[in-house]
Ligand binder design. Structure first.
Ligand code: 5GP
Ligand code: MN
Length: 336
């Protein structure tokens, strides 16, 4: 284990540093990673962000995007970086299975590992952790890491601020989830002062749909939405054939599940997608309903109470059936 003083001492000298984040990075995964990247680079470290997979086009505008390596596209280069790194920062995940094949490489590397994360139940693979499940985002924790733990707020430049703002904005549901405390707003205000252009960032992330994505959303809402009134649950299941028919690419399905949750009285919303290699579930819930428990208990997944995900090797039909048949177990919680 490393204590903060030892970590600070390491960071006082130029280091070879890898930053990695979870499978199919979202705004927080990429924003926290690139925010930290800009900070560490400014401090003369040799830094590389490696994502396990690709990520949505509406995140590809972020400063530093061109410097990111995607593991599945550059396996050898990624492996060399991980092997030779002095430090590996693991952001927005806490189980090595969340970074796929890259997890084995991280585990085998002799680098010191630093976890910055806000998910429940962390695995013990790290040497130092800044972990808080109450944080609205990993980006908030990166801000705290720089400003409070390292005491270096003055080094947050516009690029750092822009990326961290994006992470906080996306993971807090644009400042609407209960994790959006007064302190989150204070941090956000700081980031705007430090150079994050909030209006531009909102537009870059949320107003960059393709026509195709919007038509697909319309199709899901008009043809695919199923309401299970007895359980205050709404679900949308999408076949591989439909993904192909609409030429769906990474990011196109993100956010659809939130429309299902927005119906009055709905406590739990699910989107179940038949991907090429597996069936993927995304759950959203309101109030105290623990969506992560369903994902953990039935679908090899996890996440937060109100936003969780998982997967299954079964067929789409089987997963839909499994999902519907587990609901009675949660009926009291869903209807109270
Ligand atoms: P999404 O539904 O947007 O993919 O993910 C929502 C939340 O659930 C995120 O916080 C994400 O980290 C978590 N999550 C999604 N899929 C998985 C999974 O397969 N395993 C685990 N442990 N968490 C997941
Ligand atoms: Mn996050």
């Amino acid at each position: 284990m490393l204590n903060l003083a030892e970590l600070k001492e390491l960071l006082a000298q130029p280091q070879k540093i890898v930053i990695t984040t979870h499978h199919k990075p979202d705004g927080d995964a990429l924003g926290s990673s690139l925010g930290l990247f800009h900070y560490l680079r400014q401090k003369q470290h040799n830094v590389q962000v490696i994502t396990p997979t690709d990520y949505p086009y509406f995140l590809q505008w972020m400063p530093g995007n061109a410097d990111v390596i995607i593991y599945t596209e550059k396996k050898e280069q990624s492996a060399a970086w991980v092997q030779q790194a002095d430090l590996i920062f693991c952001l927005d995940f806490n189980s090595l299975s969340r970074i796929n094949e890259l997890g084995e490489l991280v585990k085998a590397s002799s680098a010191k590992k630093i976890m910055i994360d806000h998910h429940l139940d962390p695995e013990n693979f790290d040497d130092f952790r800044h972990w808080n499940t109450k944080a609205c985002s990993a980006a908030q924790l990166v801000y705290e890491f720089i400003a409070e733990l390292l005491g270096d707020k003055r080094s947050i430049n516009a690029d750092v601020a822009t990326c961290l703002y994006t992470g906080i904005m996306t993971d807090s549901g644009s400042f609407r989830f209960p994790t959006t405390t007064a302190n989150v707003h204070r941090i956000t205000a700081d980031l705007i002062d430090l150079g994050a252009d909030n209006a531009a960032i909102h537009q870059l992330v949320y107003d960059h749909s393709t026509e195709n994505r919007l038509r697909f959303l319309g199709y899901c809402l008009s043809e695919k939405l199923e309401i299970l009134p007895e359980f205050n649950t709404a679900m949308i299941a999408i076949t591989r054939d439909e993904l192909n028919r609409f030429n769906i690419i990474t990011g196109d399905t993100e956010g659809i599940v939130n429309y299902a949750l927005s119906i009055t009285g709905i406590r739990l919303a699910a989107i179940i997608i038949e991907r090429t290699d597996k069936v993927k579930l995304s759950l959203r819930s309101s109030g105290t309903f623990p969506a992560n428990e369903i994902c953990k208990n039935y679908f090899h997944g996890g996440g937060h109470r109100n936003a969780a995900g998982g997967q299954s090797e079964s067929t789409l039909e089987q997963v839909i059936h499994q999902f519907k048949t587990l609901l009675p177990e949660y009926k009291n919680l869903l209807t109270q």
